[in-house]
Ligand binder design. Structure first.
Ligand code: FES
Length: 277
């Protein structure tokens, strides 16, 4: 920022700020860099992913490869009568789903809740969609700032419970990845297996790097020395936690990649690369 001869920033008013309020600045923002690029890219990336997921799950097609046992994480757990029986690893207790309803509907609200209330994603969409604030030193788009003390942002406090639910979904995805190694002739392995396993490992890394998980492991302790196991867990999770933002994006990518690979194999567009059986 360049100061004027009087020492005042361009666009700044000479009035004093209100007590406890913002400085009275006439200009919308004094930032001259392209601060809007990061929120714009974030909005585009998240919107593209949601669009892809909506289209893929609404088709109710190409979610399972019967020959190799690959089930896309988008349709897991497959609990509806509409699911192919071999894809329903936990039975089919739910009735048939009408067209356009995702087969993974049971897990979806919890996964969306987990990501929506995630500390990293909050930063991303507060800046890109909620515009509160869009960037540092750029005014809030809302008249009043109430933080996370009012509906709907008050719901962010549910994050810890979504963490537990996401842990269960990760266990389900892990099971899906493991059973895919077992075919009619025993052990089998193809590129799809490696993609499913890679996806599950990264999902666990994202889930365990969660801030709530870190707090569960090491929070509310007065003396780490008296809780060596929790201290060790907290230390490991803290290391992972420094990569939480990267893992948030990487897992969006691997989820879409895993789903796309399974869809292409299921639709006979590409063959699965087989290593064993
Ligand atoms: S803080 Fe991101 S998943 Fe918990």
């Amino acid at each position: 920022m360049t100061a004027t001869v009087s020492g005042q920033a361009p666009g700044a008013s000479s009035e004093n700020p209100e007590p406890g309020g913002r400085a009275a600045i006439a200009a919308k923002t004094l930032r001259t860099d392209r601060w809007w690029v990061a929120p714009l890219l974030t909005a585009a990336g998240l919107a593209a992913w949601v669009l892809y997921a909506l289209i893929r799950t609404a088709t109710q097609k190409y979610y399972f490869v019967p020959e190799h046992g690959y089930l896309t994480p988008f349709s897991s757990p497959c609990l509806s009568q509409s699911c192919i029986p071999e894809a329903a690893h936990f039975g089919r207790p739910l009735p048939e789903f009408p067209p356009l309803v995702p087969f993974g509907l049971v897990a979806l609200p919890f996964l969306l809740g987990f990501r929506l209330t995630c500390y990293y994603y909050r930063k991303a969409y507060y800046r890109s969609f909620w515009l509160s604030p869009p960037a540092c030193a750029v005014p809030d788009a809302h008249q009043k700032y109430t933080g996370e003390t009012r509906f709907p942002l008050l719901g962010q406090n549910l994050h810890r419970y979504f963490f537990y639910a996401a842990g269960i979904v990760s266990l389900v995805n892990t099971y899906d990845a493991i059973v895919a190694f077992h075919g009619d002739e025993g052990f089998q392995m193809g590129l799809g297996n490696l993609i499913l396993v890679g996806n599950v490992i990264l999902l666990w890394a994202y889930t365990l790097s969660c801030h709530s998980c870190r707090h569960i492991a090491g929070g509310r302790l007065k003396h780490f020395s008296q809780h060596p196991v929790r201290y060790w867990l907290w230390t490991q999770i803290s290391k992972l936690n420094t990569r939480h933002m990267q893992l948030a994006w990487i897992t969006l990518g691997t989820l879409a990649l895993t789903d796309a690979y399974i869809a292409l194999v299921a639709a006979d567009v590409i063959p699965d690369l087989r290593f064993f059986n």
